[in-house]
Design a protein around this ligand. Structure first.
Ligand SMILES: O=P(O)(O)OC[C@H]1O[C@H](O[C@H]2O[C@H](CO)[C@@H](O)[C@H](O)[C@H]2O)[C@H](O)[C@@H](O)[C@@H]1O
Ligand code: UDP
Length: 455
């Protein structure tokens, strides 16, 4: 069997908890097959980029690279997260147009390719992940790598008119044509990419999922919705009630219902809108006042980027405002926590909750939505309130689907969720759980790799 080589900016190094679906999902994907995982070490070296770290844990070898402060600023804080991230999440208003950070992005991609190439074997199957590393296949090909190379985009693919706002779009997206297979989260992402190829990419869509470049090279593209380790999450959640942290949360609710959100502190997750919708719920639905506590877990993410700092400030103000106006001496409506919780605890929190509140403005998939469903108790499941703009909404269509901009709609969905009869909660949950059992993280990995091998 060919060795699997995963290349991603974020690597889930053993013993280090990472919020973020890519690290969680790829860890799950690699555990069964083993292989090599290559990417950034998470270290910032004051002087120089390129120091390598090599460690083995179980059947996975991790090789990671340190970055200098300048490279990290230009590549990760800069072009990846101030240019591509907002662009790919439809936020052209937030895009930073800087040639300097683009040069840093190319520099770090070239460094990764140069460090990775000597580690590769001829028959490796190489799987590159996400917007940080779009040029990787082209750079590896230039270094003589002939293996099959796949790419998976974890974030949305916006409409081609938005992509065209990026001055470097032609050169950047032309780089995708060196891959053998390009994977997207949903069919809609794939369709928007095919539009881009037709309208701006100078390529041809031979048939759905089969593309041809201007130079006549054929490659495939497909939708492969990422998922979770459903059985593990369900099992973790089922045995969580005895955990001291879960018991403490349960006791602190004093019999009230819990609504939970768990998201990186990111503007794509729609957190200010969610807080406002919760306040709208308190105003519109007096009958539920004092009966629901909203816990928002929001570990700080990309904290050196200005837009993320502004968001943190805004949420602190909003949480303070809502509690100031609506709290009672014995009830705090919003509990807002900037900490990252490990899965065994988080899944226990999900299971305690009557409502999972997942309302991103745009999200490639959103694994929290899937985890919330998998963590519920069959005999008394909670209700998922899910944004229609999350990739997960395509599959989890038995959730209460909402438009996150429509504050009244989200407020009413909270009320509907609280009043929903047990029978309806079970019906909706069974439908979503059946899907998650069939389409788990293993199924995702197998279907993508089968397509990559096939060619
Ligand atoms: O690595 P960070 O900068 O700390 O950010 C964490 C990850 O965020 C994004 O995750 C995406 O991937 C998830 C799994 O496919 C998906 O469910 C979610 O919708 C996406 O936002 C980012 O794309 C990753 O590269 C980051 O590692
Ligand atoms: O305190 C936290 C908050 C989040 N997560 C995990 O981080 C991932 C977030 O993935 P998602 O796809 O929802 O969004 P992303 O952060 O990748 O955009 C999920 O597996 C969460 O369980 C976590 O482990 N601890």
């Amino acid at each position: 069997m060919k060795r699997l080589v995963i290349v991603s900016n974020r690597v889930a190094l053993p013993g280090i908890a990472q919020p973020g679906g890519l690290a969680v999902a790829l860890q799950g994907a690699l555990e069964e097959t083993g292989g090599l995982w290559f990417g950034w070490s998470g270290n910032i070296d004051p002087n120089d980029s390129g120091r390598l770290h090599d460690e083995v844990s179980g059947n996975i070898r991790y090789v990671t690279v340190d970055l200098s402060k300048r490279d990290h600023d230009d590549y990760y804080n800069g072009f990846a997260n101030r240019t591509l991230w907002p662009l790919l999440h439809f936020r052209v208003d937030l895009v930073d147009y800087s040639r300097e950070t683009y040069a840093g992005y190319r520099r770090v991609n070239a460094l990764f390719a140069e460090k990775l190439a000597p580690l590769l074997r001829e028959d490796d199957l190489i799987w590159v992940h996400d917007y940080h590393l779009i040029p990787m296949a082209k750079l590896l090909r230039e270094l003589g790598v002939r293996s099959r190379i796949g790419f998976f985009l974890h974030v949305p693919m916006p409409s081609s008119d938005l992509l065209a706002a990026l001055p470097q779009h032609a050169r950047l997206f032309e780089g995708l044509s060196s891959y053998d297979l390009i994977g997207f989260q949903t069919e809609r992402d794939l369709e928007r990419f095919q539009d881009y190829v037709r309208l701006f990419g100078r390529g041809r869509v031979i048939e759905h999922g089969v593309l041809e470049t201007q130079r006549g090279r054929r490659l495939r593209a497909g939708a492969f919705p990422i998922s979770i380790d459903t059985a593990r999450i369900a099992q973790q959640a089922a045995s969580s009630a005895a955990r001291p942290g879960v018991k403490r949360l349960a006791a602190s609710l004093s019999g009230r219902s819990l609504a939970i959100g768990a998201d990186r502190l990111d503007y794509s997750k729609g957190l200010p809108e969610r807080f406002r919708a919760f306040e709208r719920f308190l105003k519109r639905h007096h009958e539920h006042r004092g009966k629901l506590t909203f816990l928002q877990i929001a570990p700080v993410s990309r904290g050196e980027v200005a837009e993320y700092q502004h968001l943190r400030h805004e949420l602190e103000q909003l949480a303070g405002h809502i509690n100031g106006v609506h709290a009672e001496p014995d009830w705090t409506p919003v509990r807002y926590v900037n900490r990252n919780y490990p899965h065994p605890l988080l899944t226990g929190y999900y299971r305690l909750a009557r409502i999972g509140l997942v309302t991103p403005l745009r999200d490639g998939m959103n694994l929290v939505a899937k985890e919330f469903v998998a963590a519920q108790a069959q005999e008394d499941p909670g209700v998922l309130v899910l944004s229609t703009f999350a990739g997960a909404a395509r599959e989890l269509d038995s959730a209460l689907l909402v438009n996150p901009y429509d504050l009244d709609g989200v407020a009413d969905a909270l009320s509907t969720a609280l009043s929903m009869p047990l029978e309806e909660r079970r019906e909706r949950w069974e439908a979503m759980m059946a899907l998650l059992r069939a389409h788990d993280i293993t199924a995702w990995r197998r279907s993508y790799l089968a397509a990559l091998r096939e060619g």
